[in-house]
Design a binder for this molecule. Structure first.
Ligand SMILES: NC(=O)c1ccc[n+]([C@@H]2O[C@H](COP(=O)([O-])OP(=O)(O)OC[C@H]3O[C@@H](n4cnc5c(N)ncnc54)[C@H](OP(=O)(O)O)[C@@H]3O)[C@@H](O)[C@H]2O)c1
Length: 280
């Protein structure tokens, strides 16, 4: 059955590939870019291949609170036409991110550090917060929107327990993803306490993927297991299906019991593109 997915940060790279593969599978996609009116964008070209309204393009810049609020209001409007009493976003993927290389802690400017934290941590978490509020609208005329699975594209660089000290030049990036990880875990726990139907919250590491982000980085360590966006997204869609709402291992609960781990109520879980549980 066709689902509705929202991909935030879909103009290129991993977000674009998510959009493209989901459309090819027959799903409806709301995809964002920073300038939605930009004709000639990759997303606009993709939209012309799916003329039946399967792809809606909205504008969102996660570094601006006004932009996030405007975008969330447009998501609500776009879903108002749904025939169900409560509209559904099956999967929301918070993918937008930056890596301005190098970003060493010993050299970093205030502006560069802020840029990483704003785009990789604050923006995605605030966008998620406002999207989640759509399930309990303040105005009676607004149709509630439930999110079933909420996915944050994180990074193995943001793991604190599997610290990657060799990643020279990744200080602010790693700190921003570590803060994202901790923030999304709290968000999951809070939402579980507050919401009647809380979403399953997942963090995903997409692998070492050949996008513009990777192309702009000259590292002096060996990057192992580099994959293309197609493979990364094909695998991540499998993980989302399995670990997301309604999946065979929803929220990692089945594998948790098998691995002898204790279940934590309302906990988010962290996975690699190929389905391995990753340490926070
Ligand atoms: N590539 C990898 O190996 C790798 C590894 C681990 C994690 N990741 C994570 O995967 C995600 C996607 O990365 P990628 O490799 O696809 O990078 P990318 O090719 O550089 O794409 C980044 C995407 O984020 C968007 N974006 C940047 N700043 C934004 C903002 N302020 N508001 C909204 N959108 C914004 C970009 O839009 P514009 O076109 O407007 O700039 C673009 O669509 C990131 O969160 C990244 O940290 C990537």
């Amino acid at each position: 059955m066709a689902q509705t997915h929202l991909i935030l940060g879909a103009s290129r790279g991993i977000g674009y590939e998510f959009t493209s593969q989901l459309l090819a599978r027959g799903h409806n996609v709301i995809a964002t870019q920073r300038a939605a009116t930009a004709t000639g964008s990759k997303l606009a070209a993709l939209q012309s291949q799916y003329p039946g309204g399967q792809l809606a393009i909205l504008e969102c810049d996660v570094s601006s609170e006004a932009s996030i609020l405007g975008f969330v209001a447009r998501v609500r409007e776009a879903l108002h036409r749904e025939t169900r009493t409560r509209a559904v976003l099956d999967v929301v993927v918070l993918n937008a991110g930056v890596l301005v290389y190098p970003n060493r802690m010993s050299e970093l400017s205030f502006a560069n550090f802020s840029h990483h934290l704003t785009t990789n941590t604050i923006g995605p978490l605030l966008a998620a917060q406002h999207l989640l509020k759509l399930s309990q609208p303040e105005e009676a005329a607004h149709k509630p929107v439930d999110i079933k699975t909420l996915v944050f594209i994180s990074s193995d660089s943001g793991s604190t327990t599997n610290f990657r000290s060799f990643e020279d030049g990744f200080g602010a990036y790693a700190a921003s993803k570590a803060a994202l990880n901790q923030g999304l875990r709290h968000l999951a726990a809070e939402v579980h306490r507050k919401h009647p139907n809380p979403p399953v919250v997942l963090a995903l590491h997409p692998g070492e993927v050949t996008t513009d982000m990777a192309a702009n980085v000259e590292v002096d360590w060996e990057v192992k297991g580099v994959i293309g966006p197609e493979e990364s997204i094909e695998c991540m869609l499998k993980v989302i299906e399995e670990k997301g709402a309604g999946g065979a291992d929803e929220g990692g609960r089945v594998s948790m019991a098998k691995d002898g781990l204790e279940e934590e109520t309302g906990a988010a879980t962290f996975w690699t593109w190929d389905g391995r549980r990753y340490p926070w």
